[in-house]
Structures are given as structure tokens and as C-alpha cells.
Design a protein around this ligand. Sequence first.
Ligand code: SF4
Ligand code: SF4
Length: 197
Amino acid sequence: MIVKISNKSLLQKFAICNVDYIKTVCNGSCCNSSNKLMVTVHDSEKDNILNNPFIKIDIEGNFIKPNEKGLCPFKNEYGLCVLHNTIYKPFGCIVSPFTLNKNNTLIVRNRYRLLKCYRININKTPVYIAHKFSLVKLFGESGYDEICNNMNFNRDFFIYLDNIKYSILKDNDNFKKNMLLKKHKQRDFINGKTTKE
Ligand code: SF4
Ligand code: SF4
């Protein structure tokens, strides 16, 4: 599948996401589960993650059930993900903060602009460098080099994305959209509003 890369979106500046930064500054705040944040698990990943040897979890639909503190159960006391660099980490987490929009353009998820790593004004770098790890997982080393070369030309460009990875990204976004829609309908119902089906 050929997807478009948004030059403008990938030039947004973020702090480099690494262990030191997570431990000393952000405490992995992108992993705080709440009503709004849903840690998505694709159907193809469910059995694997349920059998992880670290922490027993529950999955509701396509989402990891938060722990009693409302956090992702895999986030440890230092803000780090205990699944990082294991075969159990959900694909959606591995490739965050990136996603495909409805036009099949790779962008940074909006919610990441609410985080400290975007809102601070020092030591930031374009997100395609700050989150190199995620782009390499999506496009491979050679795809990442292609992205770096194209970023110099200040325009959007196209790149090949593996069909399975493409499908997981699209499915995950649909799971989230459907869940949000369901929550909005429930809220409207509680508030006495009616919604058109
Ligand atoms: S994306 Fe930002 S908030 Fe999340 S772990 Fe990385 S630096 Fe921290
Ligand atoms: S699985 Fe790991 S990366 Fe994903 S939300 Fe939980 S702690 Fe964060």
C-alpha cells in the first residue's frame, strides 16, 4: 500500500522520547489510560498479549482494561512500558505517535500535542527524528532513510507501507472511532438527548 507522508506534520517539534526523558520529565504520560485514552489491541494481537508473562490483564473489545489507578497496567513506577522491546507490545503503541488519517496520510495524533514533550519549548527536534524508533518499525530502516531524504524538500511525498501494518493501523482507528461514538451516544442518552441512527 502506498501512503502519503505529511511533511508539515512530521516537522512538528517534540522532545526526544527515551528512557531518561521518561524517567525524569514525562513519566510516560502518553500511557495514562482514562475515559479518553484507549490502549488498542488488534484482534491479531489479543491472544499474544493475554499470554504475556509479565502482568495479567483483561481486554474489553479491542481495548486493554486500565488498572485500579486508571493507568495502562503495563506502565511501571518509572513511567516505562514493561512490554517495550518484547513481542507483546501492541502495534498501536509501538508506532505511536503516528497514525494514518482518513486520506491515508501519515500524521502525528492530535492528542500528542497536549503532552509535555510537545508543549515545552526547549530541547525539541522534528518528530520524525524524535520518534525515529516508531517510523523504523513502520517502514523499516531503508524506508526511514527515504523519509529523512524527502523531508529536506519541504513537500508531502509517498512511500510504501506493508499491507498488514496498514490494515492494523486502519482497523485500530476504526475501533477507537466506534468506541467514541458509542460513548457519545451513551452520554446523550443519559442527558436525555436522542440521536439519529
Ligand atoms: S511520547 Fe512524550 S509523553 Fe510519551 S513517553 Fe515519549 S516523551 Fe513521554
Ligand atoms: S502497553 Fe506500554 S506503551 Fe502501550 S499504553 Fe501501555 S505502557 Fe504505554
